[in-house]
Design a protein around this ligand. Structure first.
Ligand code: MG
Length: 210
């Protein structure tokens, strides 16, 4: 597990870019779709994403992550950014066939190594209007999304989630992936970059049967 991050929970947002919802045949939701990844899925930069034997297709999902710095309960949208300690690149690795098979996504999203997270950038160094996430597979660009293309903005999401569950210092919010998701194979190298801010690179290994 990443030594720098010890979240009590990782809260993820589904279908937060219209073009990505469309590429998987989904509509944009009226309210944010939330799910959780377990902290045991965390890995840091340079650590390997392990493809679980028998899990079928496993996809990268490059995302903007938000690291919580102060306890946030029922916070208003306009004050939500006061509770942010850092912005991080996140890869919401997903076993796509298992996601389609199950009515909820705990298994598909929760395998060990399925939450690579990069080094945090202090929020005062980030222009949220221009914040961009780029995913490269073996050096080739596959995803590029801007925060201003999100269906639900980062402040809205923090406020929305904090009205359901208290966000604790160290918790992580993954804000959804833009279009261009695709499969990973053994030997791949996947990078999620917040250009000019932080880069997350992880190799991909095939797991062994046991
Ligand atoms: Mg995602």
């Amino acid at each position: 597990m990443s030594p720098t991050l010890r979240p009590s929970k990782i809260v993820c947002v589904g279908r937060n870019y219209a073009a990505h919802a469309a590429e998987l045949g989904n509509d944009v939701p009226a309210e944010p779709i939330l799910f959780l990844k377990p902290p045991s899925a965390l890995i840091g930069p340079g650590e390997a994403i392990v493809l679980p034997p028998g899990a079928g297709r496993v996809d990268y999902e490059g995302e903007v992550g938000v690291l919580i710095g102060r306890r946030a309960s029922r916070v208003r949208e306009k004050e939500a950014l006061d509770f942010v300690k850092g912005i991080v690149p996140v890869n919401d690795v997903t076993a796509r066939e298992l996601q389609r098979m199950d009515s909820q996504w705990t298994r598909a999203k929760g395998f060990d190594t399925f939450c690579p997270v990069g080094d945090p950038v202090p929020p005062e160094k980030v222009d949220l209007e221009r914040l961009t996430v780029v995913t490269r597979l073996n050096g080739e660009e596959r995803q590029r999304g801007r925060a201003d293309q999100m269906v639900f903005s980062i402040p809205f999401l923090i406020s929305f989630i904090s009205h359901i569950m208290t966000l604790e210092p160290g918790d992580l919010v993954a804000t959804g992936t833009p279009e261009g998701i695709g499969p990973l194979a053994e030997g791949d190298v996947v990078e999620v970059e917040l250009p000019g801010l932080s880069s997350l690179v992880n190799p991909v290994l095939a797991g062994k049967e046991s």
